[in-house]
Design a protein around this ligand. Structure first.
Ligand code: FAD
Length: 384
């Protein structure tokens, strides 16, 4: 086994290269990335970059020391056993790591709509954020909330259009989402509002109202970037389907990061999470699998968001669990989700990072908790 190809030069891609070298792999590694940039981090795009606090977010990795054949501006177009077809010809491989991430979903209509996935998107968007600019953001999810934060800070006139009953409702439920409503104080937040299309000059809503806009930002989610695999003999279902070792159905192929739907032993189902922490940590397992070692990927997923001056952090999986709060709503608070037999399955914190760290450990341990202690914010989560 001498030739590894990594497709996708985002965080999961470059971390895979680092992990292979870190585990002593001496063979040839090719890293193919359709963007013309060196691998960079995306979380700052909707935060520091959009706010003009930094221009670059390049991942701190030494491509020369890693002895990687990096091919920027090259896209994979197809896959058959042992060969990746790219825009620059065929690349044979012994092992393949798929790390192509995800692409933003857009709405119908001929008007200009901006999405935020790449550093080029962030640079384009931030020059439009000038005082008084009418910015309509479609979607009050993680990205929408962060973009709204930056647009408000720049002095824009911001409208956020959300189909659900509250911000973040599709990811955390409407009860939690409603707790973030006060953060939208200086924003025209339209809930339960559907967009029909994006037109020249603004957004046409389903009820016929037209929202004038200088800038329209669509933040309604992403799809795994696996279209290039459509004709390949590989299982695709909400991304590249893998087992707990991140092995795809095609021999010699693994998948990591936003594009991978891996079998979670912990949760007993496939998970595909679009979180930085996964792109950071899963490549260790992918590299181990590529090198023939047995190491399962079984994390408690973790995510954070910075919005309206608050640090929001989430760990775990809340599906089917019951919600309890630790203390009152403002200004800092923690929500916990519990299983029927009182184990912690997920924790959400607003400006309470210690609860997050401790809660994540309690989730990992799978221990039972004393709910009477847990709801008391004075009691440390690790002592519950
Ligand atoms: P990506 O970073 O998407 O990298 C995949 C790369 O593959 C891309 O460069 C893509 O162009 C390339 N590619 C795609 N198709 C092909 C092809 N056919 N051939 C060659 N190359 C291809 N997560 C958090 O936990 N917290 C946050 O606060 C947070 N903020 C975010 C803010 C923004 C604006 C965005 C966009 C994401 C944010 N995320 C956040 C999510 C996090 O950045 C992603 O989970 C992470 O980037 C996934 O890494 P990845 O390497 O799997 O995919």
């Amino acid at each position: 086994m001498n030739r590894v190809v990594v497709v996708g030069a985002g965080l999961a891609g470059i971390r895979s290269v680092e992990a292979l070298r870190g585990r002593g792999f001496e063979g040839h590694i090719t890293l193919v990335g359709q963007e013309r940039h060196r691998p960079y981090d995306r979380p700052p795009l909707s935060k520091a970059v959009l706010m003009g606090q930094t221009d670059t977010t390049t991942v701190d990795s030494d491509l020369e020391a890693l002895r990687v054949d990096f091919r920027p501006g090259v896209a994979a177009k197809g896959l058959r056993e042992g060969v990746v077809e790219t825009t620059e010809g065929e690349l044979p491989f012994d092992r393949l790591i798929i790390a192509t991430g995800a692409d933003p979903i857009t709405l119908p209509g001929d008007g200009p709509q901006q999405t935020l996935r790449t550093i080029d998107d962030a640079h384009l968007l931030r020059v439009t954020f000038v005082p008084g600019a009418r910015v309509v953001i479609i979607g009050a999810g993680w990205i929408g909330a962060e973009v709204a934060t930056a647009a408000r800070k720049a002095g824009c006139d911001v409208t956020v259009v959300e189909a659900g009953p509250a911000p973040l409702s599709h990811v955390l439920g409407s009860e939690i989402g409603a707790r973030t409503l006060p953060w939208y104080e200086h924003i025209d937040l339209r809930l339960r509002t559907m967009v029909r299309e994006v037109d020249e000059g603004g957004v046409l809503l389903a009820d016929g109202e037209f929202l004038d806009a200088d800038v329209v930002v669509t933040g309604i989610g992403v799809r795994p970037a696996v279209e290039w695999l459509a004709d390949a003999d590989i299982d695709l279902h909400n991304g590249v389907v893998t087992d707990e070792y991140l092995r795809a159905s095609m021999p010699g192929v693994v998948a990591v990061g936003d594009c991978a739907s891996w079998w979670s032993r912990r949760y007993g189902r496939h998970l595909r999470v679009e979180h930085w922490d996964t792109a950071l940590s899963a490549p260790e397992v992918a590299a181990a699998t590529v090198l023939g070692e047995e190491q399962a990927y079984d994390p408690v997923p973790y995510f954070w968001s910075e919005q309206f001056g608050h640090m929001v952090q989430f760990a775990g999986d809340q599906q089917g669990a019951r919600l309890v709060y630790r203390g009152e709503q403002e200004p800092k608070w923690t929500a916990c989700w519990l299983t029927d037999d009182d184990r912690l399955s997920a924790v959400l914190t607003v400006d309470r990072p210690r609860d997050l760290v401790q809660g994540r450990r309690v989730i990992e341990s799978g221990q039972h908790v004393d709910v009477a202690l847990l709801v008391d914010p004075q009691v440390s989560l690790r002592d519950c």
